[in-house]
Design a protein around this ligand. Structure first.
Ligand SMILES: Cc1cc2nc3c(=O)[nH]c(=O)nc-3n(C[C@H](O)[C@H](O)[C@H](O)COP(=O)(O)O)c2cc1C
Length: 193
């Protein structure tokens, strides 16, 4: 291999980034506790605005509770999200709002940074899971009202997302359409669209 090829060969991390997919079909196989722990640790060490560390995670792996949660969270309008109930673990990602970072700072900047923080922490989970051969899917389409009720989530915590974790039964065949590099990135000017 030439030096140039060596340089261009995707790194293990780049393979994780490009290989990751949202998985919507899960095997019933359990997730090994050490692997799950590694994913959760990845969230714990994520950066956050003002180092407020607002991310809180409910790990739902007790089958009875998971079934009850899934039945309620993915009911009615949200039935399309039922696929997640097949995964052995359902994570619920919560944000604990911090007065300084999220009221004063965000009010001034007009950016709800706790959503950014949960996004970063959640994506740490996703990428760590991918490296360990696990499958995940970010989920925003579920009944927050029912999740709050079933898990007794207090009002001071915002329910941001859910995430099944498990082993893929099937990976999607097709790549999702991605915008081109030029559509997303521009050097020294704003991207055109
Ligand atoms: C914040 C967020 C919320 C999402 N919510 C859902 C969801 O409720 N249901 C679902 O099937 N996929 C959901 N997705 C997955 C996206 O549909 C998926 O990331 C996108 O189609 C690109 O496909 P890929 O993840 O396989 O690259 C969500 C993704 C993100 C980042």
């Amino acid at each position: 291999m030439t030096e140039e090829n060596d340089f261009l060969a995707p790194t293990p991390f780049q393979k994780i980034l490009t290989g990751r997919r949202s998985i919507r079909r899960y095997l019933p196989a359990p997730v090994e506790p050490d692997k799950l722990r590694a994913c959760l640790e990845a969230a714990r060490v994520a950066p956050s605005a003002h180092n407020a560390q607002p991310c809180r995670i409910v790990v739902v792996d007790e089958p009875g509770l998971k079934d009850r949660l899934a039945e309620k969270a993915f009911s009615g309008l949200y039935r399309g999200s039922r696929f997640a109930a097949k995964a052995p673990v359902l994570l619920v990602l919560l944000a604990k709002r911090d007065f300084v970072a999220h009221r004063l700072g965000a009010g001034y900047q007009r950016i709800p940074y706790y959503f950014v923080d949960i996004g970063i922490a959640g994506e740490h989970i996703v990428l760590q899971a991918e490296e360990l051969g696990l499958a995940t899917c970010w989920m925003g389409w579920f009944s927050r009202r029912h999740v709050r009720k079933v898990l007794n989530v207090p009002r001071r915590l915002t329910i941001v997302a859910m995430m099944p974790v498990g082993y893929a039964e099937k990976r999607p065949n097709r790549e999702p359409p991605r915008k081109t590099f030029e559509e997303v990135v521009a050097f020294n000017r704003v991207p055109l669209d």
